[in-house]
Design a protein around this ligand. Sequence first.
Ligand code: GCO
Ligand code: MG
Length: 402
Amino acid sequence: MRITAGRVIVTCPGRNFVTLKLETAEGLTGVGDATLNGRELAVAAYLEEHVVPAITGMDARNIEDVWQYLYKGAYWRRGPVTMTAIAAVDMALWDLAGKRLGVPTHELLGGRSRSEVLVYGHANGETIEDTVEAARRYQQLGYRAIRAQCGVPGLAKAYGVGRGDLFYEPAEAGRPPEHEWSTERYLDVAPQLFSRLRDELGFDVHLLHDAHHRLTPTEAGWLGRRLEEHRLFWLEDAVPAENQRLYRQLRSHTTTPLAVGEVFNSVYDLHVLVTERLVDYIRTSVVHAGGITGVRKIAHLMEPYQVRLGSHGATDLSPVCMAAALQVDISINNFGIQEYMRHTEETEAVFPHAWWFADGALHPGDGPGLGVDIDEERAAEWPYERAYLPVNRLLDGTVTSW
Ligand code: GCO
Ligand code: MG
């Protein structure tokens, strides 16, 4: 099953997505997500200029060999652009493997370990009361796990509080938008939000929260302790993710479960966190961490340490990535939860897929391969638009983590 061609399709049905389509001599095609929010064309160029010419002619059945060839063979290792490109190839090869044998990819990954994939949705609002209302709406939609974020009084825009009820979308066209941040003001409101949510919703729903890399370990320890009584499913990205040692201090201060890793690309970004068991969940996604092969390597390292996978699944990860993530989620033993931010109708129309949502869970479907495709005619109706994630500043103008 020789790879004969690879095409990169960039489309913007409300937001940008990059998709790789590999073709084989037998006429089969496989798809992979290659979207890296705000840096889409860098991955597209890496694939078109460097990766596809190198793998054309290779045997599509040798997925591990192609992965190692692109990872070790490039000499320059890791990094979001290259690992996203490797992920796209890897997803497309697992798609082809399933299609060639006429089975869903998870049957080749060990089959099902569970009957459904628990997901969490995003409730957000300008005020605590708006957020409680949004959480209720998610419950009505069937969600059993809900991430809650609310505005911070005195700050014009807060992370996680977005346009519309269901579609939080931080990237904007034009120059990078600028947000402002005050940890002091945030720490006033965050414990109140969860106290109110538990008063209103009780303990029969999982609650999650994302601090988006903004706190010091001291501040995060203080917050984690105050949230303990509200029994969160997790507190995500409490401190900047790239310094694994910060979690030693944080872990020693709180038993609130900790999650980190949506910005990680490889096992080397998280091996200290896992082997010292400094966190409970790792959030690496199939698209940004080297595909199904990359995430399985990470999940297998985590398993004996009782660290579970809670994959990133924001709207900037395409329905192709979700299809691939669900193949992993349903098959590995140490699955925790899958993030599921709904895509718009325009995006759903570009990416027809077999996976489906019911009662707060996703199901991968039984389509051969990943069970997802790209409708290229529809994709062509939505040309690329440059867009950036926000840049964040403290109230005195200092750049800080967004
Ligand atoms: C999450 C994330 C997202 C990211 C976004 C960046 O937990 O879902 O933090 O909201 O900010 O995916 O592109
Ligand atoms: Mg996050």
